[in-house]
Write a protein that binds this ligand. Structure first.
Ligand SMILES: Nc1nc2c(ncn2[C@@H]2O[C@H](COP(=O)(O)OP(=O)(O)OP(=O)(O)O)[C@@H](O)[C@H]2O)c(=O)[nH]1
Ligand SMILES: [Mg+2]
Length: 352
């Protein structure tokens, strides 16, 4: 082990199924959550046609899109932090509601991009919206109609007219009820939303109504995924995202925005555990010292928190090894974008 490698290998014994592989989160090899069948819709008749489709969650950074996706899926599929620009790529989470399979597409927040990575992220968000059967625009109740929200509504007007766009006023737990009606009215005057929902993604308020509406509004279609699949993201990417969440929560200022995490190796051990090696790429030598922390304290704590969550997700023991590498130009390397699930070319600066 070199001085920039940290391992945290003191987890409990394996507790769950031994079938979680690095490839994907499909039924053969997903974590324990995915084996629980989704709740049946109340009163769903067996002869109802199946419905399925994509529901894109869009909005400004921090609106609560990933929180809503996790709430709907009933498991943490997409990482969440209190900081903006947490989600970097499109992440699909799958929820069943009676005969309907709702595929939620979490997207990066939409903001004014400055760098290549930002441009790729914003392009991924709009790509999610234009491919969707239904678009949900999330607004933060306490922030109201910001310039950013207005800009997004302007762009939404260019979607194919037939795509239903619902307004989701989130974080209603943070405001008084009176302000909500006025906000909803103001937004509905600015854009022809198909429906409006007032929710708390975190607490689950209003989410059942939203789910019911989505289930009946999606087109008739065979299901797109096996019934018990909860996510469509390779396990090694989920594992990298979990570590990036722990780094983002611990590090300050620009550092979380200038690092990326990749799962480099994944080995299935005969005792049912997994040995996972990940690399944290940082953009500056100075950042490396900060990510490691005094005596490796920070990276050790990050590794421990990540390992605990991975074990919970996968239901078995994980040995996690983290290494920090300086890669000044990672933001201009196409391979790094592939690993995140972004299109490198989407980041081309077309204003030049
Ligand atoms: N009070 C309150 N906080 C919420 C609610 N929903 C989400 N949050 C918080 O809002 C913050 C941002 O949530 P995320 O789900 O990461 O937001 P996001 O829209 O995915 O953000 P980006 O990925 O950066 O675009 C987190 O601290 C959440 O806990 C809610 O209903 N009420
Ligand atoms: Mg997010």
């Amino acid at each position: 082990m070199t001085d920039d490698t940290a391992s945290d290998d003191t987890g409990p014994e394996a507790t769950g199924p031994e079938n979680t592989g690095p490839e994907n989160t499909g039924p053969e090899n997903a974590g324990p959550e995915s084996t629980t069948p989704a709740e049946p819709a109340p009163g769903a008749a067996p002869d109802q046609p199946t419905r399925a489709g994509f529901v894109a969650l869009i909005g400004e950074p921090n609106a609560g899109k990933s929180t809503l996706l996790n709430q709907m899926v009933g498991a943490k599929v997409s990482i969440v932090t209190h900081k903006v620009q947490t989600t970097r790529a499109r992440i699909r989470g799958i929820a069943m509601h009676g005969p309907a399979q709702i595929v939620f597409v979490d997207t990066p927040g939409i903001f004014r991009p400055r760098r290549r990575l930002d441009r790729s992220m914003v392009a991924a968000a709009w790509g999610g919206a234009s491919d969707a059967d239904i678009v949900l625009l999330l607004i933060e109740a306490h922030r109201g109609v910001t310039d950013g929200v207005q800009g997004i509504m302007g762009q939404l007007a260019q979607l194919p007219k037939a795509t239903p766009v619902a307004l989701i006023i989130n974080k209603i737990d943070r405001v008084k009820a009176e302000t909500l009606l006025a906000l909803s009215q103001q937004l509905n005057e600015a854009f022809p939303f198909t429906e409006t929902f007032m929710i708390s993604a975190e607490r689950g308020h209003g989410c059942q109504q939203l789910r019911g509406w989505l289930a009946k509004t999606l087109p008739e279609s065979p299901w797109l995924y096996p019934e018990d699949q909860i996510a469509d993201l390779p396990m090694r990417m989920i594992a990298a995202e979990i570590t990036r969440e722990k780094l983002t929560l611990r590090l300050h200022e620009e550092i979380p925005y200038q690092l990326t995490v990749e799962t480099e190796a994944w080995e299935e051990k005969t005792d049912g555990s997994a040995r996972i090696e990940q690399v944290v790429y940082v953009a500056r030598q100075g950042h490396k010292g900060i990510v490691l922390g005094k005596g490796g304290e920070t990276i050790k704590a990050v590794g421990q928190a990540s390992r605990v969550e991975l074990e919970e997700f996968m239901g078995r023991r994980v040995h996690l090894f983290l290494q920090v590498r300086v890669r000044e130009n990672w933001e201009n390397e196409a391979e790094r974008y592939d690993e995140i699930g972004l299109n490198y070319r989407d980041g081309d600066d077309r204003s030049k």
